[in-house]
Design a protein around this ligand. Structure first.
Ligand code: UTP
Length: 235
């Protein structure tokens, strides 16, 4: 069975606690787990940003803000595990080695953040290396990687394919404050550059986009890999 690692943005899974997509994602993940060994790395979303903002007003340093963000990612991971029931391993893996151990159960493995000064995209990229994943999927709040931020720049165009080196140029200059929000963090991109694991960036606001892409090969988003190979999907 091929392995699939998913970086599931907290901003699409839990924009806030009263308006989330946890039930829809549990269904989508169960569907893909029938064909693939699935690992999910959950982000912190709006609640993480709100906690981090509250901590900053108290004068807390960035590293501690990151630790608070990590706790929220693990809370979101716990909610997803609850919704997945028997389909998921019952504990949140706190590092990649533990995720590998939990995968022996044959169930979906869920984790959150690991260590300060990165985001869950970097956690997912390392997990993709360690599991020998066929592909890393990033489900985020835009439908791919753009030449500029499409939320603020109407002239931004979406890339259908990028090489890892080109992606590194695009994200290279971004800051990494606690709770910052870029399409992919620069550490994750460095890991993708060295490992050569293909990355697909999809619009996570529609949970159905996940099974449509990985099982049916139907998607629109950005593929990041060294060859101009649009036939990575379906897996
Ligand atoms: P993420 O930035 O991964 O959350 O973690 P997110 O919600 O998925 O981001 P979107 O959805 O892509 O917008 C939230 C915060 O937790 C800390 C960072 O401060 C990060 O901004 N964090 C997370 C870490 O410090 N280390 C980790 O390994 C993960």
């Amino acid at each position: 069975m091929k392995s699939l690692v998913i970086s599931l943005g907290g901003s699409v899974l839990v924009p806030n606690l009263s308006d989330h997509r946890i039930v829809e994602y549990a269904a989508a993940l169960r569907q893909v787990s029938e064909k693939l060994r699935v690992f999910v790395v959950v982000g912190g979303g709006g609640e993480a940003r709100r906690y981090i903002e509250a901590a900053r007003t108290l004068g807390v340093d960035e590293g501690t803000c990151d630790e608070i963000g990590i706790l929220v990612t693990r809370l979101n991971a716990t909610l997803l595990i609850a919704a997945l029931g028997d389909s998921a391993y019952p504990d949140v893996a706190e590092d990649q080695a533990t995720a590998l151990e939990y995968a022996v159960s044959g169930r979906i493995v869920v984790m959150g953040g690991v260590t300060p000064a990165q985001t869950t995209d970097a956690v997912a990229a390392v997990l993709a290396e360690r599991t020998g994943a066929a592909i890393l999927v990033n489900l985020t709040s835009v439908d791919g990687i753009y030449s500029a931020d499409p939320k603020t720049d109407a002239s931004a165009t979406r890339y259908t394919h990028l090489t890892p080196d080109r992606l590194a140029e695009i994200v290279g200059g971004s800051r990494l404050d606690a709770g910052s929000n870029t399409v992919m963090d620069a550490i994750a991109v460095k890991i993708i550059q060295r490992s050569g694991i293909p990355l697909v960036v999809l619009d996570g606001r529609k949970p159905k986009n996940l099974p449509d892409a990985v099982i049916s090969g139907l998607f629109s988003g950005t593929i990041v890999c060294s060859e101009n190979n649009t036939r990575l999907l379906p897996l």
